[in-house]
Each structure stands twice: as C-alpha cells, then as structure tokens.
Write a protein of this length. Sequence first.
Length: 401
Amino acid sequence: MLFDLIIALTTLAVGFVLVLPHVARFPLWRAVVTPLASIIGSGFLLLGPVLSHGYGGFAPLVMIGLCAVAYMFGGVIRSNIAAGEATIIEGGHGILAKRIENVSSWALAFAYIISVSYYLNLLGAFALSLTPYNSDFDAKLLTSGVFVLIVIVGCTNGFKSLERMEYFSVAIKLAIIAGLIIGLIVNFGDQARQNTLILNPQTVTGWPAVTMALGLLITVQGFETSRYLGSVYDAKMRIRSMRMAQWLSTAIYVIYIVLICYAFRPDQMSMSETGIIDMMQIVAPILPFLLVSAALASQFSAAIADTSGSGGLFTELSRNRISEPQAYFILAVIGIALTWSADIFAIVSYASRGFAIYYGLQSALAAVIAIKQKSGAFKVSWYLALATLGAVIALFGQAIE
C-alpha cells in the first residue's frame, strides 16, 4: 500500500510540474515535447516484454542499437531542416531533390495511415485489458469504432479542439512513465539486495534476431515530427529540440529496459500486446491502472496527430484533388482492413517498413543536397549508407512471432 502511494505521489508531482504555466509555455520544452511524446509513446508499452523475451540479457544492447539507428536518421532529418524545407520544395537544391522530397512526403502520408492503425489497435487492446471484455474480437471491434469516430470528428473539423488537448495528454503520459520508472527502480533494488536478479537467455538468435529488431523501428520513431513544426519554431529551435528529445528518450528507454530485463523471469513475461500490464501487476497493483490510463491518453492523441498530418499531406500532395475528409475515409478503410487482417505485431512491422522507406528517401535527399553543396565525399557516402539501411529495414524487417 505504501509503495502504491509513493508511485501515485511521484506521478502526481511530475504531472503537477509539467502543467505549471511557466513550464508548459517554455518554448524549448514545448518544442521538445512533440517529438518526445511521439518517440516514447506506444513503443514504451510494447518494448519491455518484447525485447526482454526475445533478446534476454542482451535486450539493453538491442535497445541502444535501435536508438542509435533512430538518432542517425534523426541526423538526416536535422540536416534537411538546416537545408531549408521551403528551398527544397521550391527546387532551390535542384529538381532531383524536389522530386525525392515529393516522393518521401507520399511515403510519410501512407506510413501515417499504418501508424494510426498501430496506435488504435494498441488503444483497443489496453482499453479492454482490465475489463471482462478482454478478447481479441472485442478489441478489434472497439478499434474499428474509434476509426469511424475519427472520420466523423475529422469531417466535422473537430480535430482542432482535440489537438488543444495534446499537451495535457503528453503531461499525463510522462508523469505516469515517471511513476513507472520509480516503481521499477525499487523493484530492481529489492531483487539486487536479495541477489535474485536474472540473466535470461535469448529466444531469438542469428538472422531472425536481426530482422525482428529491424521490424521494431516504429517503436523509436517520432522524431521527424520536428521537421513539420516550421510554422511554430525556427530551424535552429527544431534541430536543438529534436536532438534533446532523442537523447532524453534514449535515456528513458535504456533505463526502462535494464530495470525490466534482469528483474523478470521468462514465465513472468507475456508476448501479448498488453503483456506489460501482467508484468507490472507483479511490481505494484496501481501500475496496471496507470499504464492503461497512459495508453488511452497517448494512443488517442497520437492517432489524432497522425490522422490530421496524413489528411493534410494527402490534400497538399494531390493539389487538393483529395480533400481532407476523403483522406480520413481512405485512412479508416485501410486501418479497419489492417485491424481485421493482421495482429498488432504485424502492423508494427508494416509501420516500421513504411517509416524506413521515408527515412531512406530523406537520406537520399540529404545526399543529393550534400552533392549540390559540395559537402565532401564522406558526408555523401554517409547519407547514401543510411539510405541503403532504410531500404534494408523496409525489405527485411519482420513481425514478432
């Protein structure tokens, strides 16, 4: 009971600090929050049991590897921000750069569609996880209903009011993560004192281990949102805030994975999408309820953000031939089809591939700009290598079995 109280007080204290006016309105923090919330959103709910079960004691190294790949792709996005988005779109870096940017924007629009399906399927699973209706069928039914709701809200221009709730939902999520980390630190410390920490074996090795890691890129994705905040922040602020968001999220993820992978036995880990709830029940009874709250807040707000972004991109790229309501309808049809034809881990893999294509194209764009600016062979080669890595992830990233 006392432990639950400590976790609750930690969550409330962090939440209180985050909603203080001078914190919530601090420009750099506001710029950091958007990519940070995307990076440590739904991936936080999946990665603990998935990495611990698949990679055992090597899970923290895999987590560091995922964050390193994300940071490298983040460097590409930062380079393209510095080159000037308007200059790229207007052809200031050449017609090839302009065309690659256009294709990558289409790739991002479709990646958003898959990511919304991923977010809402996770929302459906977590929303029913502590109820008598905790079944795969009921979760898919709820997810489909939310897709319909999003189309209705989008077509009535209701996104604007929902988007104003973004910071509040982000504050809730970060506060709950703080409470979760405190709970895991105490649990880890207790096991260390009792000499009961565990070095679990790998269950996935060789090439399958590599392809499974490639299929998890979506779980550390989200940093690219900084590139599309140009109407609010200048290039320098977006570059700085994206870098800070990636470093902070890396620290949170690695600490989180270390605290989980050495403290839970294989029989305590569930590979379902809501497996983290069963694991946290062992730590403290309050944590499952906090995690469900975090999931509902973060998944719905992330889905709204990506739906809105996808609709705007489709309208812009099609030169208004596809209206935003039509784009929302397309998104819902594809999303509902994915919901009923694939499980959450397959959708994670599809989303990872979609974003890998986008990152690969952005890397190719950065290489073209580097050639145009005569930035040197090393920089051009580096960007081309990252473009190749994006293609490899898109081709070989696999769903968790």
